[in-house]
Design a protein around this ligand. Structure first.
Ligand SMILES: C[S@@+](CC[C@H](N)C(=O)[O-])C[C@H]1O[C@@H](n2cnc3c(N)ncnc32)[C@H](O)[C@@H]1O
Length: 354
């Protein structure tokens, strides 16, 4: 992932204000921008304009941004398509995860599937051997497919003699129902409990111990302050925490900042590229992008901290959080990349009680 210098950040902020006031031609400042960041800069100006009710002018900046896009980073092109489909307005189409299908499609595209298989391998390598059946909690379990995959893999690898209890925490009723069904049929005879709520609404009432808490692409749905509070409530009840996340700077930067736009541009461009390069019906791919990815992107680019849907953090920020809240009783046991390129990384972190 690339970052801006302080001088570049100030320069981008100044240009955004000027773009709103003075309507220069798209590309007006290109000679002053780091060459490889020109598309991301256009994306920033476009989203800034669109969020301020200037969607048509934003479209002009995206059109010119697409001309410089390469290396599978096509954020201007993707957003352009979305704005054209939505009358030039940056509006959240529908809250993600109400309908599980777009997420299930996303989880099955080859690059994501491979990264998630890596996650399963990495946490299996990292976790110790348990001498009794596991008590397992999945925070934001989604459709439960990953829960079942991890648990089956742990047992097959000889890490546990079986599974005794699974707690599924999931706010989307449709996802929670699907997860319960999936986990019950994958693990017959196991005690499966479901809390159809956000982790923030149940972290203070956990009440019994779990060997492992897992959270994949879910714990980022709250700002750092809440991540801290909920983790400290979970701490007494868990011995291991396994996290799968995307490395991005989408939590602490405020709304309309160049840092946020640059992070969103790099991380989501790559992820959306995974979806569009997968050989699937175009309508299905567009639905997945619009009702899942774009809902998150629009929220990140139009809603302030506290209201936005997502707060992905940089890997170092997760370590800082875990050291602060879980330390000194827990130590880091795994920090491995499951997918990595210049712009976007998916990683596994594991902290275990000593
Ligand atoms: C990207 S999906 C990941 C699902 C699953 N963990 C997986 O990797 O296959 C994120 C899930 O987190 C859930 N979620 C959103 N906000 C949450 C919160 N505050 N607490 C717990 N889960 C949350 C969503 O409903 C969604 O099912």
């Amino acid at each position: 992932m690339l970052f801006l210098s302080t001088a570049e950040r100030r320069q981008w902020e100044r240009y955004a204000e000027e773009a709103l006031r003075e309507s220069p031609e798209p590309g007006y400042w290109d000679s002053a921008i780091r060459k490889n960041l020109i598309p991301a800069f256009h994306f920033y100006i476009a989203t800034f304009l669109a969020a301020h009710g200037e969607g048509e002018r934003g479209i002009g900046w995206l059109e010119s941004g697409t001309l410089a896009e390469e290396e599978g980073l096509f954020g201007c092109g993707f957003l352009l398509g979305f704005l054209r489909r939505h009358g030039g307005r940056l509006i959240v189409p529908v809250a993600p995860f109400q309908d599980p299908r777009p997420f299930i499609h996303f989880a099955g595209v080859p690059a994501m599937k491979t990264a998630r298989q890596q996650f399963v391998r990495q946490c299996t390598h990292s976790l110790p051997v348990f001498d009794r059946p596991l008590r397992f909690m999945d925070i934001g379990c989604g459709d439960g497919a990953l829960t079942a995959a991890v648990l089956n893999h742990l047992v097959e690898a000889g890490k546990a003699p079986g599974i005794s209890e699974v707690l599924l925490i999931e706010p989307s009723p449709a996802m929670a129902d699907l997860a319960e069904e999936t986990v019950r049929s994958a693990l017959p005879g196991v005690d499966v409990m479901v809390r159809n709520s956000r982790i923030q609404d149940c972290s203070s009432t956990i009440g019994n111990s779990f060997d492992i808490a897992m959270s994949s692409l879910a714990y980022h749905h709250m700002p750092l302050e809440q991540k801290r509070v909920n983790l400290s409530r979970l701490k007494p009840w868990i011995d291991h925490l396994v996290l799968f996340e995307m490395d991005a700077n989408n939590d602490t930067p405020d709304l309309y900042t160049p840092d946020l736009a640059l992070s969103v541009y790099q991380s989501y461009s790559r992820i959306i590229d995974f979806i569009f390069t997968h050989d699937a019906p175009v309508d299905l791919a567009i639905d997945c992008v619009d009702s899942f990815m774009m809902a998150e992107i629009v929220s990140l680019l139009t809603e302030p901290r506290g209201k936005r849907l997502d707060y992905h953090m940089l890997r170092g920020q997760w370590h800082a959080l875990f050291s602060e809240v879980l330390g000194p009783e827990f130590s880091c046991r795994c920090d491995s990349s499951a997918y990595a390129d210049e712009y976007m990384t998916l990683f596994t972190l594991h902290y275990g009680r000593d």
